[in-house]
Design a protein around this ligand. Structure first.
Ligand SMILES: Cc1ncc(COP(=O)(O)O)c(C=O)c1O
Length: 370
């Protein structure tokens, strides 16, 4: 079976972990600090806070911004539900905005109408590694004085008019889950250029504690969201592979798109002017009359693992029962929820493998159309 993704890992990661184990110092230390420095340098911001996942990073960012009960956080509807869950965890209310079907990102034209006096943050998502259309989003946010947290879980190394994802908003959060651009097993990082936010992130990431003269002093009810040095050591090695990973994914994506453009019923991913994509996931949009789930079955029968793009969150049981949003209010996200399809993409796929994916997809669609 051809898998969706295989992370690029080598002996160097194993040795780096062994070195950390050999020191006997396993919690957050020099390796996490090094990973933070490497990523802060890449993004071009002064602060990076390694966390145990992007989910804890997003939660930490919202808590540090003071998002609390009754506040609203505006997010795109089409995302991995962690984006909405962290809002709920702060007892705040997620407000779902529709997406555009070209970039699968928050539609800036629908953003303003979603703002209310209770809006405490805007959280655009860089879907599958393509930066959301940040300029209009930032313009609206600044006009209203609302902070922006980029859910950049999939977008390490993606650019928007020459600026790095994760450094465009008030804060930005990356994921290092094995299906992301680089991995630490589980892990994430919060980026910011805002010094006072950085202070809050420092305190809240580690139990709400500050160093006192003799003992720790607990000035807030914080979390333990630190990334261990065991994990961070993997990330430090992975950062040395970042350029190769991104180049590899981009060139495979462009070859695959050239093949898929020949197939009717399939729209390959687009990279709008001024933006670069990480292709953390390679996601196509199928024509509406095709049954995406049957396409997934057909691909599996042909030995190729595929999956949905990501989730229309208003369609998930918790959010559906709580908010009862009609599909007609979120047509883009609803369509993407039903018709987006992730195909395999990872280093090691040959030209023949790409042709096999394209042939299998063409045959599956042909079967379905009868
Ligand atoms: C857009 C988005 N946000 C957040 C997350 C959560 O990341 P993590 O698994 O590191 O908590 C994911 C993971 O799939 C994601 O795709």
């Amino acid at each position: 079976m051809m898998r969706l993704n295989v992370p690029l890992l080598g002996e160097e990661e194993a040795s780096a972990v062994a070195r950390v184990l050999g020191t006997g110092y396993l919690t957050q230390g020099t390796q996490a600090a090094e990973l933070e420095r490497l990523i802060a340098d890449l993004v071009g911001v002064p602060h990076g806070f390694a966390t145990s996942s992007a989910t804890t990073g997003l939660h930490l960012a919202l808590a540090a911004l003071g998002v609390g009960p009754g506040d609203e956080v505006v997010i795109p509807d089409f995302s991995f539900p962690a984006t909405a869950n962290v809002v709920v965890q702060q007892r705040a209310v997620p407000v779902f905005v529709d997406i555009g079907l070209d970039d699968f990102g928050m539609d800036p034209e629908r953003l303003e109408a979603a703002l209310t006096p209770r809006t405490k943050a805007i959280m655009p998502v860089h879907a599958f590694g393509l930066v959301a259309d940040m300029d209009p989003i930032m313009t609206i946010a600044e006009r209203h004085g609302i902070p922006v947290v980029e859910d950049a879980a999939c977008a390490l190394g993606a650019e928007y008019y020459g600026r790095q994802a994760g450094g465009l908003g008030t804060a930005g959060v990356f994921s290092f889950h094995p299906r992301k651009v680089i991995t630490t097993g589980e892990g994430g990082m919060v980026m910011t250029a805002d010094d006072s936010l950085a202070e809050r992130l420092t305190v809240l990431r580690s139990h709400g504690a500050v160093r006192g003269e003799r003992y720790m002093s607990f000035v807030d009810a914080g979390f333990n969201y630190r990334l261990s040095d065991v994990h961070a050591a993997i990330g430090v090695v992975q950062m040395g592979r970042l350029e190769r990973i991104l180049d590899g994914r981009r060139s495979l994506a462009s070859e695959l798109s050239a093949l898929l453009r020949q197939i009717s019923g399939v729209t390959p991913p687009v990279t709008p002017e001024g933006r670069t994509h990480t292709f953390q996931s390679y996601v196509v949009l199928l024509d509406e009359e095709l049954d995406r789930d049957r396409v997934i079955d057909g691909m599996r029968e042909r030995g190729i693992e595929t999956t949905l793009g990501t989730y229309g969150m208003h369609l998930q049981p918790y959010f559906r029962e709580r908010f009862r949003i009609d599909d007609s209010e979120l047509p883009g996200a609803t369509r993407a929820h039903r018709s987006a399809l992730t195909l395999p993409l990872y280093e090691g796929l040959s030209a023949d493998d790409l042709a096999r994916i394209a042939d299998a997809l063409a045959a599956t669609i042909r079967d379905q159309r009868g």
